[in-house]
Design a protein around this ligand. Structure first.
Ligand SMILES: Cc1cc2nc3c(=O)[nH]c(=O)nc-3n(C[C@H](O)[C@H](O)[C@H](O)COP(=O)(O)O)c2cc1C
Length: 369
């Protein structure tokens, strides 16, 4: 499928950065899930550019829920969310036509759509489209919450600076903090160092990347399929759809490959009531593609923002000449903190899909009227 993901619960994205509107259709979600428009506004504000760390393109993301929600709850029919575009400076991009911006999809879009693509501001490939994902994901997050599942994401690394790890003794506290944190870093000192590094890159006309780490609490054991629809493969399939995500790892991921089995294995234990858990969680809550009841934990590598002010070498794919490129317009020196809201949203949608596949559509919904 082209712009659609999911089986039981699916998401379809549409729109271009400088077109009339962007949006999403979220289908298959159970009826009876409360939809809080203030919560959607809050999530959109976390994705939006803010302060001196981000692009000057400031949008309030006013959204309209066109269908599928009535009297404050989901009806069970497709939810269409529309976000009109407001801040369009299309002239910034006209002079660039043909000059492939390094790290962007200008050339690949041209190869695929034969020049008919709306290239303004990255068109359909723009990070702007992720606002619709965030709005839809917030509704999915409400469905998870009423079933005792909560999640959150922090910037584990940015510009080579590390945040502290999630506190395994009190992860709920970390998730509460992240729910309202505009700059989602758990350690205050690391947060300041990261901000300094972002501003230093901005000063240079450059950009920096980082790693987002997500924790999901309350996922029941037994969700996922053993081979091609493992929880890892379904989640990473969707997470790689997020622009600028270039790596996904689960649990301790690549670092596990450096350990001995005796170090990498998570010992199984049983509590006084016979409930099984693992003493450590290096495998990120998944064994054999199936959740084991421990917190899900995974990381997404986010590359440095491709649009930078520095002069770059590129090719003009219309004239076939090598040219120098200096991108004008408005750019983020770092998108990692903004991508956090997108990772949360995608995670919520995927987990709703997996849970509805395991327990049926109505499992996520209300008790009926
Ligand atoms: C929330 C969000 C905002 C983004 N904003 C920008 C931006 O302002 N400037 C930019 O060059 N790239 C931005 N990107 C990244 C590009 O859209 C992305 O790198 C580009 O489309 C190429 O896709 P790829 O990196 O997945 O290959 C953003 C990504 C996300 C998730």
């Amino acid at each position: 499928m082209k712009n659609t993901f999911g089986n039981q619960v699916s998401i379809t994205l549409f729109g271009e950065s400088h077109g009339a509107a962007i949006g999403a259709v979220l289908d298959g979600l159970a009826p009876g899930i409360p939809v809080d428009e203030d919560e959607i506004r809050h999530a959109l504000s976390l994705r939006r550019a803010t302060g001196n760390l981000s692009t000057a393109r400031q949008e309030s993301d006013p959204f309209v829920i066109e269908s599928g929600v009535w009297n404050g709850v989901t009806t069970g029919t497709p939810i269409c969310i529309l976000i009109p575009n407001q801040s369009q400076h299309s002239r910034d991009y006209a002079a660039l036509r043909g000059k492939a911006r390094p790290g962007h999809a200008d050339y690949t879009a041209f190869c695929k759509y034969h020049g008919y693509e709306d290239y303004r501001g990255g068109g359909h490939f723009s990070g702007r489209i992720t606002a619709a994902l965030v709005a839809a994901g917030t509704i999915a997050r409400g469905a998870l919450r009423q079933n005792g599942i909560q999640l959150g994401t922090h910037m584990a690394r940015c510009a080579g600076i590390a945040d502290r790890a999630f506190d395994v003794t009190d992860p709920e506290n970390d998730l509460d903090f992240l729910a309202d944190a505009v700059f989602p870093v758990l350690d205050a000192e690391a947060a300041e160092d990261m901000k300094d590094a972002i501003l230093a890159a901005k000063e240079e006309g450059d950009s920096v990347g980082g790693v987002l780490e997500t924790l999901v609490l309350g996922m029941p054991a037994g969700v996922g399929e053993p081979w091609f629809d493992t929880v890892e493969s379904v989640l990473s399939h969707a997470l790689f759809g997020i622009p600028a995500v270039k790596g996904v790892e689960f649990g301790d991921g690549f670092a596990l490959s450096e350990l001995c089995g005796s170090q990498a294995n998570d010992a199984f234990r049983a509590d006084a009531d016979g409930n099984v858990f693992t003493a450590t969680n290096r495998n990120g809550g998944i064994n054999g593609g199936i959740t084991n009841g421990m917190p899900l934990r995974f990381r997404c590598a986010v590359k440095p923002t491709p649009s930078i002010y520095k002069v770059q070498q590129t090719a003009d794919f219309l004239t076939g000449e090598n040219v120098e490129l200096q991108i004008e317009g408005r750019h983020d020196p770092c998108i990692v903190h903004r991508a956090r809201a997108v990772v949360d949203a995608v995670t919520a949608i995927v987990l709703c899909d997996l849970l509805a596949g395991r327990y049926g559509t109505d499992w996520l919904g209300g008790d009926g009227v």
